[in-house]
Design a protein around this ligand. Sequence first.
Ligand SMILES: [Zn+2]
Length: 497
Amino acid sequence: MVLDPRGVALAPQYCLQKARRSFDSMPPHAAISRYSGDAWFGVPIAVANKLARLRHLDIISHEGDRVVLHVPAAQRPELHELLDLNATLEVEDVAAALAASFQPWRAQRARALAASEWENWFQDWHPLSEIEDKLEKLAVQFGGRATLITLGTSAHGRPIRALHVGVGEPYEIVVNGCIHAREWIAASTVIYVAEWLLRNSTNSGLAWTLIPVLNVDGYEYTWTTDRLWRKNRQETPGCMGIDLNRNADIAWAGSDDCDQLFPGKTPLDAVETRVLRSFLQTRSVRGRLVTFFDLHSAAQMVLSPYAYTMEPPLAEDSLRLARVAIADAMNQVARQSHRSSYHKGRAATTIYQVPGCIFDDAHANLHVPFSFAIELRGHHHFQQPAILALQCGKELTAGFLAFLPMLNTSSHFGVWALARSPKVLDSLEVLVQKNVLLVGCLLFLLLFLAACCISQRRGRLQQTSPADVDMEELGTNYLTYETDDDVHGLLREARHG
Ligand SMILES: [Zn+2]
């Protein structure tokens, strides 16, 4: 007899050979059973933000103008009336839903998705050790084109590994996964993209660095102790863990709360954010780093900067073309398998306004021309089956392929990026050797043009500088309900619409 994490006997269809393999890699009972009796409610965003702030409730995912809110069993009676008025019950028992994500998908559909043998790896979720094994195997199998690299070490001293694909290419794309520990599908999708590139792409002048799990400590913790842990596992005064994607030094906003969105005590005080930031900075020298993708789940969106402000970036025209190309290609694959589509837009105006995001930082401060946050598929939140990563991988690969030709069009880089590109700098070096006077004139002209661009850009940035952002107006819209009276105020608001 096969038992689920709560000790309940599973239905016969789950007691197959495949089920046994899945359950072998299932987190221990405690990581899931701690959520027994907890529920997920679909709630309007405004109500959810107030409740999340007031009761430290966890927002699980965003879907349009509603979010999925995690309500612990102990708080359900207290919030019963409010939730009855505003919410729809999405998941009655979170522990059971999480356990379901380990059950095998209907075999026929799984086989249809995994058309090639190598894609069978995506039939299961994988703990950190298996992901690291996979990276090592790919590096050995595709030696010469793939190199296993270590970006740095985590707060607990674990190596943060990545696969570098390509040798000597002048430009580079970085794809990052699992900055949020519980978003497992991002890790699997990064692995899919890595293997697809190694099997199918030829040298295109582009190198790729693929980081399946940035938040290694948090990811491990989701397997051993708490499946829904989001932050890293760093101790700061009073808090355990920092939200790595609120900790970047762009419009960073402190918080006294130690909830799932805790942004740290100071910008970049989270070890893993510093490791990633420093890696991106190294790679962005001389304009080498042309694109950064940060993968999340599960709002199904292609998001471009900025998240911290409603104002568009200077390169909005190019970014808009890029996100449209990516989302359209992803949706084309989605349609073929009759799946729902991805939305696209600037992060602040499409999902929510939020400070301290690493992809904003990459674009604004490291001058990475193209920077995106991709919210992957996950219609069923964290109860999604592992095989869904295969669908995400196929969709994202199509999105990347549609986007790559834009990198050949220099106008999409913007003047400031083009002036920093290795090709332009190398050309200048050759000219220096040939004719100093001519180069002097050219440099003067370039400096003049750069000064014009910078002053124009500064003018624009000053309008939207992080310091000027009114944090009260951020889309998270955290209000100051702090007492039980405030809960009743919220109830009254809800009653009166
Ligand atoms: Zn995320």
